[in-house]
Design a binder for this molecule. Structure first.
Ligand code: NAI
Ligand code: MG
Length: 341
């Protein structure tokens, strides 16, 4: 088993080593191949996603990516490396599950998964200005091909994991040519899966229900931008952004990455929550390496650590552990469980 490990920027440099420690406890034979990407890499080498990193990722077939610091203003030659990586590795579906975890900040009963189309929508980044910079224009692209493959993957996933309902989230009432196409194609694919209930919500209504009652959702299938936003909202119900995992899958290579960013406000302090990244590794183990029991044992170890009251400061301040101390607790539970089995 080979894993290309890209820490990236900020807390990526803290939570990624923590997840690697857990992975090595669960799977001692895994070979780790470190690589660079992100803002620091851009400043040093002029490339946010160096060619060598991309090649290594392809060779390994599996990637763990922390997060990259991307400025909110245009920088010549800089492209958001996470998005580039997902697109270049053809990982067209981003799975973002939110399941109840035993922390006081989580909502009981929540168990949903957002499947976010990963390769198009406004995130293709075709933008320009006109009118001497007074007008900004962005292209939103939705294709039948990309929608079909993410839809089919989602229905198959629902079937395999025993999920009963897929909700298509869109704004086809306004964006008839783009979201309208997304909706139409998903409904066509849905006909091939009569065992799964398919319904739909406009994205603003979906946001309302995500706040009001997130337990009503099972699987949400949605274009890139809405998926990005709705999954952060779901993460709040899962106990917080520091607990929210994701995995990108597609035609061969998979990328595990937390939902959160590089958290510059807490970077370098050793207090970041590694849970999101550890659970992302569990998703990689399950969905890419196909080792369901091993994935469950990692998730169980995280749950056991949280249940005993071990936590980092983002959950609550009192008796908070450092990133390292929390990771050690997860590894202790993992080792104890494997000693028993
Ligand atoms: P963020 O997710 O980095 O942080 C939001 C808030 O959540 C902050 O208060 C942060 O301290 C907290 N937080 C996030 N992860 C945490 C963890 N593991 N443990 C404890 N607290 C945690 O989002 P923000 O602040 O909007 O973005 C910061 C930078 O991250 C930006 O440069 C942005 O471009 C980048 N970013 C990168 C992503 C990626 O590479 N996949 C995804 C999202 C943002
Ligand atoms: Mg996001």
């Amino acid at each position: 088993m080979n894993l290309c490990v890209i820490e990236g920027d900020g807390i990526g440099r803290e939570v990624v080593p923590a997840a690697v420690q857990v992975l090595k406890t669960a799977l001692p034979d895994v070979a780790i191949h470190p690589a660079e990407a992100g803002w620091d890499s851009f400043l040093e080498t002029g490339e946010a996603l160096p060619e060598a990193t991309l090649r290594l990722a392809q060779e390994c077939g599996a990637v763990l990516f922390g997060a990259a610091a991307s400025p909110s203003y245009p920088v010549d030659g800089y492209h958001v490396p996470g998005i580039q990586l997902r697109r270049q590795l053809h990982t067209y579906a981003n799975l973002r599950p939110t399941r109840y975890l035993p922390v006081p900040t989580a909502r009981e009963g929540i168990n949903l998964i957002v499947v976010r189309e990963n390769t198009e929508d406004l995130y293709i980044g075709h933008e320009h200005t006109e009118d001497e910079g007074r007008t900004g224009i962005s292209e939103k692209v939705i294709t039948r091909e990309a929608t079909e493959r993410v839809a089919r993957r989602t229905f198959e996933l629902a079937r395999r994991t025993g999920r009963a309902k897929i909700t298509i989230v869109h704004k086809a009432s306004v964006l008839t040519q783009t979201d309208g196409l997304f909706r139409k194609v998903v409904l066509e694919i849905a006909e091939e899966y009569p065992d799964i209930v398919t319904d739909e919500l406009l994205v603003d209504t979906a946001a309302y229900w995500m706040v009001k009652d997130p337990t009503r959702f099972d699987v949400i299938l949605t274009p890139n931008l809405y998926g990005d936003i709705l999954s952060d909202m779901a993460a709040a119900w899962g106990g917080g952004i520091g607990l929210a995992p994701s995995v990108n899958i597609g035609t061969g290579v998979a990328i595990a990455e937390p939902v959160h960013g590089c958290a510059p406000d807490i970077a370098g302090k050793g207090i970041a929550n590694p849970t999101a990244t550890i659970l992302s590794i569990a998703l990689l183990i399950r969905h890419h390496w196909g080792q369901r029991e091993l994935a469950r044992s990692v998730e169980d170890a995280v749950r056991a650590a949280l249940k005993e009251g071990s936590h980092t400061a983002d959950i609550y301040a009192e008796n908070a552990l450092s990133t390292q101390a929390f990771t050690d607790r997860v590894c202790a539970h993992l080792s104890a469980a494997s000693a028993l089995s």
